[in-house]
Each structure stands twice: as C-alpha cells, then as structure tokens.
Ligand binder design. Structure first.
Ligand code: AHR
Length: 515
C-alpha cells in the first residue's frame, strides 16, 4: 500500500513541478585532447542557383548597391564577421555543365547560357574564375573549385587547373595575366565532378573511379599551387561509393565527398515548410538531421578497412535543411526561410562533425546566401542574417580548436509521438585562444534542462558566452523584423560548493567559454 501512496505522491509532485529531474551531467576530459577540428568543417557552398550568387552577393561593379569589384559590401562584411573559412563554387549540379572559358575575359562579351538545372534562367557568366577568387580574397577564405566531369573532359579540367595555377609563360598562364591576374590563383581544393551518381552523369561508382583516375593524371600544377583533389562520393542511401572510392582512389585523393540533406518529412515530393510547422515537424527534422552521425559512422567504418591510417578525409560537401520552396517563388531557385529550427539543426551537425574530426575535415553547408539553409537572405539592397548565420558565428571558437572528450550522463530523451531523440547534445574543445569552449543544444521545444558541468582537475568559476533561442519554434528574421532572433549574452557562476549548473532553455543553442 505504502509504495502506491509514494508513487501517487511522486506523481503529484512531478505534476506540480515540485520535483526537479536530476541534472544532465557534462564531464569534459582536458587530459586527453582529440583531433583538431578543421576550420573547413565550417565551409560554405555558393552555386550558380537562384539568387545565391547573382543579386545575393554579386551585383556588379556598376551597381548602386555598395560593392567592391562587384561583390556586395554588406553581405561580404557579414560573411567576414562569421569567419567563413572556405567557399565551394560553382556547383553542385551547375558545375557539371559549367565551361570555365565562358567565365573569363571581358564580361560584356561572355556567352549567355541557360541554367538548365536551376529554373532555366539565363546565365550571363558575369561571375567566373577571376570574380570567384576576388570574393575568396575579400573573405580571406580558402577556395574549393568543382570541376566539370559530366559534360566536360580531362582536357578541359586540365586546362582550367593550368590557367589558374601555372606560374610559367604558357599560353594559358599568359591568358590569365591578360585577364588581369599575374600570380597564380590559390586553388586549395579541386573536385572532379559532383554527384556523379545523379545530376553529374548517372554513373556507377566503378565507372566514376576509372574516370577520376584518368582525369587526375592530367591535373598538373606547380607543387606549391597544386590543389588537394576531391573525389565526388555518395549519399545517405548508398555505401558502395565510399567502398569503391576508398579502395580505388586511396593514393590519388585528399578525400571523398558525401551529401545528405535534412528533409522534415523524409520525402522529396512534399518536404515540409520552413515556417508555420508544428511540433511533429520540429521533431522529425531534428530526428532526421542527427542521422548524419550514423551516416558518418557507417561510411568511415568502410574507409577504415581500406585506409586504416586515416589519410583520406570524409568531406560532407553538401548538407543542411531542404524544405518546400516559399510560395510565390521560382521553384528552381530553392529559396526557403530560416528559423530557430535551422540554427538547432546546424548546431547538432557541428557537434556531430566535431565527434568525427579525425575523418571529417571539411563540410559545406548548402548554401551561403538565399538558397536552402542560407546564412543570409537578401532582397535588392536589403539583407538579413538568419538564425543559421548566428549559429555559425557562435561556433567560431571551434574552428581549428582541439576537440576534447566529453561524457554526457543522465541525458533524457525528448520524445514525440512514440519516437525519441537525445535531449541534450554537447561538444567541447580547447580553442586557439587557449580557452575551453562548451557548446550545448537542447532539442526539447518545451522543457528547459539543467546541466551540471564538470572538468575534473579544474575548478570552474563561471561560463560566459551566448545563447540563441526564442519563444516560437519557427522564429525567423525578416526585412520587417530583422532582429526577431539573435544571440543574447549568457553566463552562469559556480555555487559555494564549487559546482556549476547551466540552465539551458527549451529549443536553444549555447556556446560558452568555461573559465
Ligand atoms: O544544393 C543544391 C543541389 O543539391 C546541388 O546542386 C546538388 O549537388 C545537390 O543535389
């Protein structure tokens, strides 16, 4: 009888909020540093797609919108403030129909093509090789050029690499000089094709591997200008790409790429909207996004068979949310709003990438401006920063930081409609400034959580940083309300007993320095 009374009493106390759940434990081990979190995990992707480049960042030197050599001052300034480390260009699917010679020389003489992948609009090639490197130089970012294997050839890619990197007096190097660039460009990465399993040519992995070997043989560059070569890999439903490419290309590639997009419904036909969703799609989006961890584990386990020394990188060069396009917009432009949910998606993925920093040496969110999970949304001369932008900026200390093992204990599940995901996601690292940083995500949209932070061997006095959260799951910034959601200062102090507890609000991202 007594135990029934106790159970009833406990239920009443829980319902009245009088009994608080035990805190989640976060223990950071600073004595066993892990791999460095390559800054390029925070890489971006800018494709000739919709207003992702034209209008979004490029307005041309004659535009009334303030610009430096054609690139918008406001957008570039904001991107610099979030320390963009790397930009991938020109696609995506666009890359496999892109012919680099269309994008050099006098702009008014460049050919006008049809962007067959994205809306069938005219592509006037105003942004080409020189313009791209100008953008990268303005940003201080590394460059990732994606070659055309689909409709291009070994010769075309070989000549492009020579044009960009040769310091000789060859005709192509002289052509580059005539077009205004004396010194070779710094091409940090060069990919041979994109999504060869789909828009890049519908190939089999073995056919692609053979083509890769053939093309790579002819991509010659002076040693100090030679890009790291990337093989275009697989996707979330096919391990055979990673299997074949790890086996075949081990000695000829820096890494194998991988693409995975988070879709709320998991169905390409009806994906779900960016705003106005209910908790069912909050849950399914987060639940689908953390599948990234399993994809990385499965693929890198295959890589370990052929490359136990971990020479090859696993490069997630397209990821992010993909929703149904906003009503009234061109379906081929992939324009979608960006809410608190997207910031949580980004942070969950960052924490996953940190966990796999030994292999994941680059990722590129799709895409930088106005397309899919964008950092920035523009409309003519106006610009707004998205919650995803803020998540990227909050995580800047993790760029090139040394990852630290972190143990989560007593982490409850966030359950919805019979399914569940972990409530708290966390990651820790020693940054280049010497400080210890902790990132926390609360996936539960209705319940705050208490987190007891412990760093054995170190007395913690306080944590200081920023929190990103909001009352509604789909809070977003718009031109009418550009700061509806932005990070706020966050700090917590240790109690007299020396213990430090962080209260993370529902649906929130926190990044703090542990001091
Ligand atoms: O990011 C949009 C498109 O998604 C890319 O062009 C393509 O590679 C992928 O299918």
């Amino acid at each position: 009888m007594n135990h029934i009374k106790r159970a009833v009493l406990t239920l009443c106390l829980v319902a009245s909020g009088a009994v608080l759940a035990a805190p989640v434990g976060v223990t950071i081990d600073t004595t066993k540093p892990g791999p460095v979190i390559n800054k390029n995990i925070y890489g971006q992707f800018a494709e000739h797609l919709g207003t992702g480049i034209y209008e979004g960042i490029w307005v041309g030197p004659k535009s009334k919108i303030p610009n430096v050599n054609g690139w918008r001052k406001d957008v570039v300034g904001a991107l610099k403030a979030m320390h963009v480390p790397l930009v991938r260009w020109p696609g995506g699917c666009f890359a496999d129909e892109y012919h680099w010679r269309d994008g050099i020389g006098a702009r008014e003489k460049r050919p006008v093509k049809v962007n067959t992948n994205w809306g069938g609009v005219e592509e006037n090639n105003a942004v080409g090789t020189h313009e791209f490197f100008e953008l990268a130089e303005q940003l201080g970012a590394e460059t990732y050029v994606n070659g055309n294997l689909g409709t291009g050839s070994a010769q075309e890619m070989s000549e492009w690499v020579e044009y960009m990197t040769s310091d000789s007096k060859s005709t192509l190097a002289e052509l580059r000089r005539k077009n205004g660039r004396d010194k070779p460009f710094k091409v940090d990465y060069f990919a041979i094709g994109n999504e060869a399993w789909g828009c890049g040519g519908n190939m089999s992995p073995q056919h692609y591997a053979n083509l890769y070997k053939n093309v790579e043989t002819f991509l010659r560059a002076p040693p100090q200008y030679r890009p790291k070569m990337i093989a275009s890999g697989g996707n979330d439903h096919d391990l055979t790409w990673t299997e074949t490419l790890s086996k075949e290309l081990k000695k000829q590639t820096y890494g194998i790429s991988f693409h995975y997009y988070t879709i709320p419904t998991g169905q390409w036909e009806v994906k779900g909207m960016a705003t106005g969703f209910k908790e069912d799609q909050w849950f399914s989006t987060l639940s689908n996004t953390i599948k990234m961890d399993g994809f990385i584990k499965n693929n890198t386990a295959v890589m370990d068979k052929y490359d136990p020394e971990k020479k090859l990188g696993f490069l997630v060069d397209e990821w992010g949310t993909w929703y149904d396009v906003e009503k009234g917009t061109n379906a081929g432009f992939l324009f979608q709003q960006n809410t608190l949910r997207d910031a949580v998606v980004a942070a969950l993925n960052f924490n996953i990438f940190h966990d796999h920093a030994d292999r994941v040496r680059m990722t590129n969110i799709a895409q930088m401006v106005n397309v899919l999970q964008a950092m920035i949304i523009t409309d003519k001369d106006k610009m707004v920063l998205t919650p995803t932008y803020h998540a990227f900026q909050m995580y800047v200390p993790f760029q090139d930081a040394t990852s630290l093992p972190l143990k989560l204990t007593n982490n409850p599940q966030y359950s919805y409609n019979g399914s569940s995901i972990p409530e708290i996601s966390a990651s820790a690292a020693r940054a280049k400034d010497g400080k210890l940083y902790l990132a926390l995500v609360n996936t539960n949209p209705t319940k705050e959580a208490e987190i007891a932070v412990d760093v054995p061997g170190q007395a913690i006095k306080s944590v200081n940083g920023r929190v990103l959260t909001s009352a509604a799951m789909d809070t977003h910034n718009s031109f009418q309300s550009p700061e509806a959601i932005k990070p706020a200062p966050f700090s917590a102090t240790a109690g007299a007993d020396g213990k430090l507890t962080v209260k993370i609000p529902a649906k929130a991202v926190i990044v703090v320095a542990v001091e």
